[in-house]
Ligand binder design. Structure first.
Ligand SMILES: Nc1ncnc2c1ncn2[C@@H]1O[C@H](COP(=O)(O)OP(=O)(O)OP(=O)(O)O)[C@@H](O)[C@H]1O
Ligand SMILES: [Mg+2]
Length: 245
């Protein structure tokens, strides 16, 4: 496993399950862990995609803290930042991001060789790596599926972060490669119809929804959504499909 980047900053305040294990928030992530453990009784449940219908509902926060509480049980856990549109996990864990998922895929390296250890015992993070011009192709590739299947030999649980379902196809493709999906829903903000559409997109590719996390996001910045929709829209214009931010 690669060494943790020497220049890395400290983990961010987002990691409440690590910083404040007795907090109600940490307890909520432990409840999620219990629910998923029950879901895994009858079906294999080693690779889990975390996604949401719209941007900013709390996917990355959920992946990071769910990963922490899973690792706290002694499991070997790997978080994969497969949100190649807006990668976040390297910042949450204070890790470098010169190499990551995209490097592993392009160089055909096992995920465990590129993943970095974190300050949380048992928890590794495969950061996004350099953002490619073709995220959907990369995360939907056969190599992604095969690498994920192979990574299960190295880890007890693998959680994947992803872009939102309404905007781009990446998460739908990933849901077909994983054992289950956790859908994060920002409490009271997203119309039911949008959530229903997200769920049917997953069902259409036989993605198995394990559960829904109702998340109370506290957005501090005005204009967050506006910026996001504009950003994702630029990716969806076919003639500009390979445009960056
Ligand atoms: N339960 C919560 N309580 C308070 N703030 C939260 C909570 N969950 C997420 N947030 C905050 O909301 C913002 C968006 O969260 P996050 O980055 O996890 O969302 P996301 O779904 O990954 O977004 P994106 O679609 O951009 O990837 C962040 O500033 C995060 O700190
Ligand atoms: Mg995110």
């Amino acid at each position: 496993m690669a060494e943790r980047a020497k220049t890395a900053a400290a983990p961010s305040a987002t990691l409440i399950a690590h910083a404040e294990p007795k907090s109600p928030a940490a307890e909520a992530y432990r409840s999620l862990r219990t629910s998923i453990q029950f879901a895994g009784l009858d079906h294999k449940c080693r690779t889990i995609l975390v996604t949401s219908s719209t941007p900013g509902e709390g996917k990355s926060t959920t992946v990071a803290n769910f990963g922490v509480v899973l690792a706290q049980t002694g499991s070997r856990v790997c978080l994969i930042d497969s949100d190649l549109r807006r990668p976040t996990l390297h910042r949450v864990f204070g890790l470098g991001n010169n190499r990551g998922l995209t490097s592993a895929l392009l160089e055909a390296l096992p995920f465990a060789e590129v993943a970095q250890t974190t300050s949380v015992p048992g928890l590794s993070v495969l950061t996004s790596g350099p953002v490619p011009p073709n995220p959907a192709e990369l995360v939907g590739s056969n190599r992604m599926r095969e690498s994920l299947e192979a990574a299960v030999d190295q880890y007890d649980m693998i959680l994947l972060d992803s872009p939102p379902l309404v905007s781009v196809s990446d998460a739908v493709a990933l849901s077909a490669f994983t054992d289950g999906v956790v859908l994060v829903v920002q409490t009271g903000k997203v119309p039911h119809e949008v959530i229903r559409r997200a769920a049917s997109q997953l069902h259409a590719v036989k993605g198995r929804i394990l559960g829904v996390v109702m998340n109370a996001v506290n957005l501090k910045r005005d204009g967050y959504y506006y910026d996001y929709y504009r950003y994702y829209h630029s990716y969806y214009t076919p003639s500009e499909g390979k445009k960056g931010r």
